[in-house]
Design a protein around this ligand. Sequence first.
Ligand code: COA
Length: 389
Amino acid sequence: MTVAVGIDKIGFYTPELYVDMVDLAHARGEDPNKYVIGIGQSKQAVIPPTQDVVTMAANAAAQILTPESKADIKMVLFGTESGIDNSKAAAVYLAHLLELPSDTRAVELKQACYGATAGLQLAADFVRARPNAKVLVIGADIARYGLRTAGEVTQGGGAVAMLVTADPQILALDDVSSYHTADVMDFWRPTYRTEALVDGKYSTNVYLDFFNRVWTDYQAQTNRTIADFSGFVFHLPFTKMGRKGLRQILPSATPEQQASLTAAFEASQADNREVGNLYTGSLYLSLLSLLRHGNLRGGERLGLFSYGSGAEGEFFSGVVQPGFDRGFDDAFLTQQLAGRHAVSVTDYEQIYQEQLPNDGRDAHLETGNVTAPYYLAGRQHEQRQYRQH
Ligand code: COA
């Protein structure tokens, strides 16, 4: 008998600051409804210089790890396109901060917003071969398009941490999936740039085209149809994007199922709407949002669509496990989002510019008010100085 493998626990971290999209719309001379309805975002995480992908990942992972589970982690797969080093993996810094055992593999994976999905699938295959092992999969990013750009309203940031194990508490992954790669210049960030280059309209079209391809192929592989699913979870660079994806397939469902799939989508976008774009973590924040706010029952099947510009798309599925709500800390996550405070657009613009300088100079960051368990205190001798409360 093959063992069920999948997501056992999920943690999520985003910093304590956000900018309200109505305020941003006013500052940019746009109708707020364009941002809130047309794009589908209410708030956007603002990332202080004391957080980077390593500290955000540590803050997410610390929520789901115990001394016992740490001892079983045999691999750390860190998906990000906001890496802090062109050579050394963020996963190695993370394993050190979390005090993981040294008999673990630690690597970074990059393919735009698809990196964490690559991590999840590699982790699942690893655990299928070694059912006693656990794998820590991270999706952490800071989405930066630049001030006053068309993409500004689709920024954000944060980290999702997932523990992949045998007999998972949350989602048992089906061992079939459909994926597609094509060399597409819809979004990219050459090594000399801190902000992405993007052809936004084109990227939304490529996203929808890839979804259509992999969903069609998945159905052909499995003989499953839309009727076999209780919900579809999408990569959400902004919530309207997933809504467009769902609308593409809804006509093939019965009216009752259209209503329930739409309700599931509303639940799946609730937290993303409050945080903005996490790039590779966005799909998994959306999964967490559906688990938290939806009406799921054990045994129901979910479809997940992952998209990373450039481009890679994958459709895969999993079965929700009975007692799935034991795999995340709902009260903590609610409090984390509710406890954030708004910054003005002026303050957001200032914080946006306050990244560590790109020239390797020593830097000392103001950390007196930092509340996050893991944070960045600055840089000395070209080395980031990580700290822990
Ligand atoms: N009230 C309600 N909706 C409004 C509105 C208003 N006052 N004004 C505009 N809208 C709607 C538009 O009709 C459009 O909806 P639609 O896409 O369903 O047609 C939506 O708001 C966006 O308006 P648009 O004029 O297309 O926005 P834009 O030219 O500023 O570009 C993006 C939007 C997403 C292309 C841009 O933010 C971007 O480049 N983002 C980064 C790239 C990205 O995230 N790609 C995703 C794939 S990974």
